[in-house]
Design a protein around this ligand. Structure first.
Ligand code: SF4
Ligand code: SF4
Length: 597
């Protein structure tokens, strides 16, 4: 039965076809829909979970793979940083059942802090990596990834990029799924308890094994050579291979080499593919990984071949490749002039600019506004975190001074408090991020006597990545009510000076609470609790009445996108407004009414 699915759906269906027994992950664009696709197909013999973070996900899956089960772990590329501690050790210990770690890369970046390249992580950890070029291929390749993992008893990395994750294709799905039968964990402390002596031995085994895997990869079906033998060749990987293939279909005289397994390098395959090639252009995204591997290969085997790519400025060092961009690079490389009639976009209108902004009615806007009002005139440090609330940095709120990585807001606020006793340091962290990586930082703050106010922006969901559940929301991915884990009780248990919950949309009370907490020395927390407007869709609306003096304070101070101008006068866009009432409380002359259904 054919099913038309997103690339992430194809990865999930491929894993099901491979008999996956357990899938754990932490949501992160562009990877989130893999677990969500699996969650729509619950069946006996498959455990699913959104883990609290990527490290937890990888460790849960590792135990399953030790037991002979097939385990899938999903995350975005920066999530692999969080999971890197168990990943590095697991590479040494190995697995019994197949274990595939999907780390989705984000060239651009479109929704990430970095343009890091998971292929480098694979090389660093000495773990094989698969690099699919399309959703169709991802469906097949993830099944191969499980097979290679089991054959060599090593975890493997599967590294799609955004266009593969978010592209669509028809794949051969099934009505029924048969999870792998496995024997269960066989105790063997000499294998599964990592000690320095074992690591030393296993390091040697890994290096020897990776030579064999590189040889095996040399005959892997997705490492291919197309086109005629030519002195000038193109080497590409991932989605860039598809772009190059599209352009070169009209130029079959040019050899196109595709590497789908970047590590361990399929050396024999490449040596054969490069036979007779004098110059090769590497087209890849993120880092010049394959380009550097080719340079090493050329040095090692004294090949007389010039390697071009990012290091020689023939390919942009950063950003995402596109079909048009790769065509331009190839035209330049092959001295082919462009057909002016093709892809002439000069007559197309400019796309409208859509700056990222908090949604109309978002309770985070009210939380930031309350802190801003309460702290007016004070010296402050506002440490943000990863989530849709990072958008609190935009004008007119301007309430995020720093944002580094998951959980860093809580700890960075401590750094500011220790080096500047006069300033008031605030940390803003969402409920999901608090569970993922905030709790350790709070313990650190109490133990090391920081003076900070932690603002938990609790909208009862993981909003930015698609409203996934988390330990504070109760229902887990198996559909069971595990009970809501109370953030208040966690904070009280850690021993904060004060923990208070307030509705940010009750503006006066929220401002008073912030003033009260900021005045207390030590670690305090304010839980700003109000549901995300995308999950609790309100039908309420506010309207601007006749009493409006058109001072525009509502627009100037809240920045709510539902507040707009018509003929120079402030009006509320009824399609966007959720009737949250923030602007009504900001208006100096009570000119905003409504908030009725
Ligand atoms: S009530 Fe005001 S602040 Fe709230 S969504 Fe409507 S226009 Fe925006
Ligand atoms: S703050 Fe009130 S008076 Fe001023 S423009 Fe907005 S609605 Fe009108």
């Amino acid at each position: 039965m054919k099913e038309y699915v997103m690339g992430n759906g194809a990865i999930a269906l491929g894993a099901l076809k491979a008999g996956v027994n357990i899938a754990c992950g932490y949501p992160g664009t562009p990877s989130s829909e893999i677990i969500e696709t699996l969650a729509k197909r619950p069946h006996e013999g498959l455990h699913l979970e959104w883990s609290v973070n990527e490290k937890a996900a990888l460790e849960v899956a590792a135990a399953a793979a030790y037991s002979g089960a097939r385990a899938l772990v999903t995350m975005k590329q920066v999530g692999l940083n969080v999971a890197s501690d168990p990943l590095m050790s697991l590479a040494y210990v190995g697995v019994e059942g197949g274990m595939v770690i999907v780390s989705a890369d984000d060239p651009g970046p479109i929704s990430s802090q970095t343009e890091q390249d998971t292929r480098r992580f694979a090389d660093f950890a000495r773990i094989p990596v698969f690099d699919p070029a399309s959703p169709e291929e991802a469906f097949e390749m993830i099944q191969d990834a499980f097979a290679y993992s089991e054959k060599y008893k090593t975890p493997v990395i599967f590294r799609p990029t955004t266009r593969v994750d978010h592209g669509y294709a028809s794949v051969e799905a099934s009505d029924t799924y048969v999870p792998k039968a496995y024997d269960g964990f066989q105790k063997d402390a000499g294998r599964f308890v990592i000690f320095p002596r074992l690591s030393y031995k296993n390091h040697g085994r890994m290096e020897e094994r990776n030579v064999r895997i590189g040889e095996d990869f040399s005959s892997y079906k997705f490492n291919t050579v197309e086109g005629a033998a030519s002195e000038k060749a193109v080497l590409a990987s991932g989605i860039s291979y598809m772009y190059a293939k599209e352009f070169l279909k009209d130029h079959p005289e040019v050899k196109l080499i595709r590497v789908a397994t970047a590590y361990p390098l399929p050396e024999s395959f490449l040596l054969k593919a490069l036979d007779g090639v004098r110059e090769v252009l590497c087209i890849e995204e993120l880092s010049p990984y394959l380009e550097e591997q080719l340079l090493k290969l050329a040095g090692k085997h004294h090949l007389s071949v010039t390697v071009l790519g990012k290091l020689t400025s023939h390919v942009p060092a950063m950003g995402e490749n596109s079909a048009d961009g790769v065509a331009a690079i190839l035209r330049d490389y092959l001295n082919i002039s462009a057909d002016p009639a093709v892809n002439d976009t000069t007559d197309l209108p400019e796309l409208p600019v859509r700056p990222p902004v908090l949604c109309a009615g978002c309770p985070h806007r009210a939380s930031f506004y309350a802190v801003k009002k309460a702290m007016a005139g004070e010296k402050t440090y506002y440490c943000g975190d990863i989530g849709c609330y990072t958008l609190g940095n935009s004008m007119p709120l301007d309430m995020v001074d720093t944002c580094l990585c998951m959980g860093a807001g809580v700890t960075m606020a401590q750094g500011f408090s220790h080096i500047d006793g006069d300033g008031k340091a605030f940390a803003f962290i969402g409920d999901s991020t608090f569970f993922a990586s905030g709790i350790t930082g709070v313990v650190n703050a109490v133990f090391n006597e920081a003076d900070i106010t932690i603002c938990i922006l609790d909208n009862s969901t993981t909003a930015m990545t698609g409203h996934q559940p988390h330990p504070g929301t109760g229902i887990n991915l198996m559909g069971h009510d595990a009970g809501k884990i109370s953030i208040t009780k966690i904070l009280e248990g850690i021993g904060l000076q004060k923990v208070v919950t307030v509705d940010p949309l009750d503006l006066d009370k929220a401002i008073a609470t912030v003033k009260e907490c900021a005045a207390i020395k030590g670690v305090k927390a304010i839980i700003f609790k109000s549901p995300c407007i995308a999950i609790e869709k309100s039908k309420k609306k506010c309207t601007v009445t006749e009493s409006c003096i058109n001072c525009k304070k509502c627009i100037r101070e809240t920045g709510c996108p539902a507040l707009t101008l018509a003929d120079g006068k402030v009006v509320i866009d009824a399609l966007l407004c959720t009737g949250c009432g923030l602007c009504r409380q900001v208006c100096p002359v009570n000119a905003i009414g409504g908030d009725e259904e």
